[in-house]
Design a protein around this ligand. Structure first.
Ligand SMILES: [Zn+2]
Length: 787
């Protein structure tokens, strides 16, 4: 229950009204927070847990100080002055820091494990150099100290991270400092984000604050609290002349006249002579936390603890909007974090996040494949690339200054197009606006490569990211082909990450490969659908699911295509049922009984640019902004004519007036046609198909656990892939990435450690075997990295 300390929305609301909370009230509310996780458990179970968790934590100072220490102590350990995560607790720690950001947990741990009382200038400086800098210089994410990984890192000069988005990368404790520094700018960005209905939904889900103005006010309150606490804790001004109620009421009122809005500086930074421009604002924040814990240990005043509690609850709210929580399942919940604007200010420059990724010891990475979103003009794209590369240069200079002997990590860049929902569909072509926009951006990339080669020489990969629910792979296919012709050699595609039906996820992977014409060494991001335990997925869905009938027909046609070539007798035996179902939905959607083979051809032809495909002659085709000689030639070589069934199916597939049939929602059995054991055979057929083509899977441990129908690391699909590989089933190569290091509170070292520590602490593998798995995955990255 303690882990909910910073997500106690009820106490935050009362504080917001100027009313401090008592310990017994907080303990009551934490039980209710825990209960929200599972309402089917009777109260007496929670009562016992409450008694156990809050034993000896009866006052607010004890709740915060001893409570946070207890959480830290359960997961962390010290080696010399460095904090590490206990290897056997790493997976749990990764969950815990979604509830409470890691900096305050580590400071609660430190104030007992490495206490300091010498507040003289030399004493503070020594503590800064010996304890704060090694632990919080660039990142507040500790890692486990694992001898096998240490040895691997030393001999390989860091890990490869082959899937990392440059936006969404900054960790909470760093972003929080920007919120305190420039709350007005955060408020403006948040207001922009709030125009999106999904962001509104996120706010209403996570808080009763409901709108950006209130969040802004709370940041101002947090700043004021810190100043008051500095006065009390450092300057010894006890404020005993004012009543507690008066102080809290003053805190939440009159914020508009707060004259410090434009000129904030953490008062604690002066104590350690930390220049705010140094890019290490977490040092002063850590000092603030430690001083608070020290103070509460010696002077356990409820009033001071309540102020600190209020501050931490505001930080907790910020964290819930920045980091995907364990209760936030699935892609849509993830997407809201990318849309809310809360990292925009922190991510205008790239320097800090590169230092963060490389770790406090500047050794996490040997190779980073960063992903960025290309723009619609050359100038904007060039500016963006210049900014990214200049941030990377600063990292390299920093590394050289710290140790001239080390190997410098390499950066390569992958341009990711963004999938977007259709807001204003065209009458004749699906995703027409997005097709134009992607084509335009692809042309810009091609032009840059031709005319400004040296500025884009490290842009070596092309990707499409964001929600699969919004856009299918076919929309990007003409642009991918264009870029291949324009000498971009490497392609990857986010697919099979989240889905309505497991088969939909597998089909997305197939379409991404087939439609975008991926080749040997190209990759698929996630492909969770190809490894998720099928029984677990069926059980989680229940006996029935809702799905659009067009999507279901596409799934059936895809299975027909796959089963025709399958070596599994069980799948072959499903063909009659499959063909019947295809017939049924062919009528429901197209009002025509097309044969399965014709529907299959029409489905495969979706990869061709429909804008050109529906033009009768080249003169008309040339008038479109997406005209391309090679695409036109490829379409003509198929020999379609309006009289053909394939042409007619495609035409009606795109026709807006027919889409109501396609989009109709139907209820199907979760295991319709394919029971869970046969779904696993479909997965294995898809893996064999990728193996034959040598298409690589990028796996992203924490991201997959949060988004991909898992509850924790125990069911992560990589374990299935490792098992099947051991059984001799043909498997494509797998590489590892971090995805969104801020939203998932991780880095590449911790992602490999999450794999290693799960395998060893679950008893599934010896340390020697586990490091072999890590080494094999990282070796794949060195083979298949985009350069
Ligand atoms: Zn990604």
């Amino acid at each position: 229950m303690l882990r909910h300390l910073l997500s106690d929305e009820e106490s935050l609301s009362w504080y917001g009204l100027g009313k401090p909370s008592r310990a017994d009230e907080v303990i009551r509310r934490l039980l209710l927070c825990e209960r929200l996780g599972n309402r089917k458990m009777p109260d007496h179970y929670y009562r016992l847990q409450q008694e156990n968790d809050f034993d000896e934590l009866k006052t607010l100072p004890d709740l915060l100080r001893k409570g946070l220490f207890r959480l830290g102590d359960q997961h962390l350990e010290m080696h010399n002055n460095r904090i590490h995560v206990q290897p056997n607790r790493l997976n749990e720690w990764q969950q815990l820091i979604t509830f409470i950001p890691p900096l305050v947990l580590q400071c609660a741990f430190l104030h007992i494990k490495r206490p300091f009382t010498d507040l003289s200038a030399p004493g503070l400086l020594a503590y800064k150099n010996d304890v704060l800098l090694p632990n919080f210089k660039y990142t507040a994410l500790p890692y486990p100290r694992v001898p096998q990984i240490e040895s691997y890192l030393a001999s390989n000069k860091g890990f490869h991270d082959l899937h990392m988005h440059l936006n969404g990368a900054t960790e909470t404790d760093m972003t929080w400092q920007d919120h305190l520094l420039v709350p007005k700018k955060i408020y403006e960005e948040m207001t922009q984000g709030f125009r999106n209905a999904k962001v509104k939904e996120q706010f209403e889900q996570e808080s009763r604050l409901l709108e950006p103005r209130k969040y802004f006010k709370h940041i101002l309150i947090a700043r004021k609290i810190k100043t008051i606490l500095y006065d009390i804790v450092i300057l010894g001004r006890n404020r005993s002349g004012s009543s507690v109620d008066a102080i809290f009421l003053a805190l939440v009122n009159d914020l508009e006249s707060d004259t410090t809005v434009a000129t904030y500086e953490n008062p604690f930074s002066g104590l350690i002579h930390e220049d705010p421009a140094s890019g290490k604002p977490m040092l002063a924040e850590a000092l603030f936390y430690i001083q608070m814990f020290n103070y509460m240990a010696t002077q356990p005043r409820d009033f001071v603890a309540a102020l600190f509690h209020f501050y931490l609850l505001i930080l907790g709210l910020c964290n819930r909007l920045l980091v995907q929580q364990v209760h936030q399942y699935g892609f849509e919940q993830f997407q809201k974090h990318t849309l809310n604007g809360l990292r925009e200010i922190s991510e205008k420059q790239y320097r800090n996040r590169f230092f963060q990724l490389h770790g406090n010891e500047l050794r996490n990475l040997c190779f980073l494949e960063g992903r960025f979103s290309p723009k619609e003009t050359e100038k904007e794209t060039l500016n963006l690339l210049t900014s990214i590369n200049s941030g990377w240069d600063k990292l390299k200079v920093g590394i050289q200054q710290s140790n001239a002997q080390v190997n410098l990590p390499e950066l390569s860049l992958t341009a990711h197009f963004i999938k977007k929902a259709e807001t204003d569909p065209d009458d004749f072509i699906r995703f027409l606006q997005l097709r134009f926009s992607v084509w335009k951006k692809a042309k810009v990339l091609a032009l840059l490569k031709k005319n400004n080669a040296k500025f884009v020489e490290n842009v070596v990969g092309i990707d499409a990211a964001s929600s699969e629910f919004d856009t299918p792979p076919e929309v990007f296919a003409p642009a991918f082909r264009l870029l291949r012709r324009k000498k971009f050699d490497h392609f990857t595609f986010h697919a099979g990450e989240d889905f309505f039906h497991l088969i939909s996820g597998m089909r997305a992977v197939f379409e991404a490969i087939e439609f975008n014409e991926l080749r040997t060494g190209d990759r698929i991001g996630h492909a969770t659908a190809l490894g998720l335990a099928t029984r677990q997925w069926c059980d989680a869905m229940g006996p029935k699911i809702l799905i659009r009938q067009g999507e279901w027909l596409d799934n059936l046609v895809f299975c027909y295509h796959l089963c025709l070539q399958s070596s599994h007798i069980a799948l072959k035996k499903r063909m009659p049922e499959l063909i019947n179902a295809i017939q049924h939905y062919s009528w429901e959607i197209y009002r025509h009984y097309y044969s399965s083979a014709v529907l299959e051809r029409a489905w495969l032809a979706r990869k061709l640019c429909p804008v050109l495909l529906f033009k009768d002659n080249v003169a008309d085709a040339r008038l479109t902004s997406v005209f391309d000689e090679d695409e036109w030639a490829q379409i003509r070589s198929e020999g379609f004519s309006p009289a053909d069934d394939v042409y007619q199916i495609l035409f009606h597939y795109h026709l807006k007036t027919n889409r109501a049939h396609f989009d109709k929602i139907i209820s199907i059995d979760t295991e319709e046609i394919f029971p869970s054991d046969e779904l696993e055979l479909v997965q294995k057929d898809m893996l064999a198909y990728m193996h034959r083509k040598e298409i690589v899977i990028e796996t992203l441990p924490t991201s997959n656990v949060r988004i991909g129908h898992h509850y924790d690391y125990a069911t992560y699909q990589l374990w299935n892939w490792l098992k099947w590989s051991d059984e001799g089933i043909p498997m494509p190569p797998v590489v590892v990435g971090t995805d969104d290091t801020g939203i998932f509170a991780t880095n590449i070292l911790n992602e490999f450690a999450n794999i290693y520590c799960y395998l060893t602490s679950s008893g599934k593998m010896s340390h020697n075997k586990a490091i072999e798995v890590v080494a094999k995955l990282d070796h794949n990255s060195s083979v298949y990295k985009f350069i």
